[in-house]
Design a protein around this ligand. Structure first.
Ligand SMILES: NC(=O)c1ccc[n+]([C@@H]2O[C@H](COP(=O)([O-])OP(=O)(O)OC[C@H]3O[C@@H](n4cnc5c(N)ncnc54)[C@H](OP(=O)(O)O)[C@@H]3O)[C@@H](O)[C@H]2O)c1
Length: 263
């Protein structure tokens, strides 16, 4: 059986993909940084369906040697793939001048370099005769430059552009969908952010299960971009028609008071 490769499997959205696919009898290859979290996730998934094969491998995606080891491990087990779900990402949020060099490299590597690298490794290991599926979780933040969230929005926009180009290179050879969620109820700090957005947060935020389900359906249809939820589609439209100076000033005033780190 061919496997689904999921990065960021131990996070909120990653787990939602894992449980949906486990319920559909899909074999899984899961990564995250923490062996303990991966072991716990595997146990929970097997409690739902013990007929599937679940292989986990801890990998710090910022580390190219660790990524290489992951693919060596995959080859040692002769694992072949049918689907890749790029979920891992870090949402450090602060003014550009407040970044340390380490944080800059960390966020850029996880959000972009590692996605390219894992996607290439995946495409070299497709099971024979399978039309592979690639889902990538970008963000609504990738739809516009965002002052005070500039690195995050730039890295998420980079993914949108990259996969649009790859779709053309791999036309007929892979189905590729990039997902631009708005708020998703995952970590406590994100729940707090969504609550702080008042009515807008209530209307637009989605559960991880909703995002995962819509994404798996969208990639079957080879949909280029998926924006989960009516209000997020509406926001995307507004962002596209609003003059950039108005939009960016609004975003600057909205986000300049907020800082968030990720480790
Ligand atoms: N939640 C939202 O509102 C929202 C909205 C739009 C887009 N997104 C995007 O959706 C994705 C998942 O978000 P989430 O809310 O589920 O986040 P989360 O719960 O914080 O999960 C993040 C995942 O990424 C993994 N990760 C982080 N740094 C890593 C590294 N250096 N190497 C390997 N894995 C690493 C984490 O692994 P560990 O378990 O090892 O930490 C975890 O599995 C992200 O790309 C995020 O940008 C989220």
């Amino acid at each position: 059986m061919a496997y689904t490769f999921i990065t960021g499997a131990t996070g909120g959205i990653g787990k939602a993909f894992c449980f949906l696919l486990a319920n559909s009898n899909e074999d899984l290859f899961l990564t995250g940084r923490s062996k303990d979290k991966l072991d716990a996730l595997k146990k929970d998934l097997l409690a739902v369906n013990d007929k599937i094969d679940i292989i986990t491998y801890p990998c710090d995606l910022t580390d190219e040697l660790n990524r290489r080891d992951t693919f060596l491990y995959i080859d040692s087990l002769n694992i072949k793939f049918k689907r890749l779900i790029n979920v891992a990402g870090v949402d450090i949020q602060k003014g550009f001048l407040a970044y340390t060099d380490e944080k800059l490299v960390f966020q850029t590597r996880v959000n972009t370099e590692s996605v390219f690298s894992v996607t290439l490794g995946f495409l070299r290991r497709i099971d024979n005769g399978i039309l592979p599926e690639i889902i990538t979780i970008s963000s609504m933040s990738g739809a516009t430059p965002m002052p005070y969230f500039a690195i995050y929005s730039a890295t998420k926009a980079c993914l949108i552009n990259f996969f649009k180009a790859l779709r053309v290179e791999l036309k007929g050879k892979a189905k590729i969908t990039t997902v631009l969620p708005g708020g998703v109820y995952t970590r406590p700090d994100i729940l707090k952010d969504i609550k702080g957005q008042g009515l807008w947060g209530k209307l637009s935020a989605k559960t991880p299960e909703f995002v995962a389900k819509k994404s798996l359906k969208a990639v079957k249809r080879n949909k280029k971009i998926l924006i989960p939820g009516f209000w997020n589609k509406f926001l995307y439209f507004i962002l596209k028609i609003t003059p950039e100076c108005i939009k960016l000033n609004f975003i600057k005033n909205r986000w300049k008071k907020q800082e968030k780190d990720a480790f």
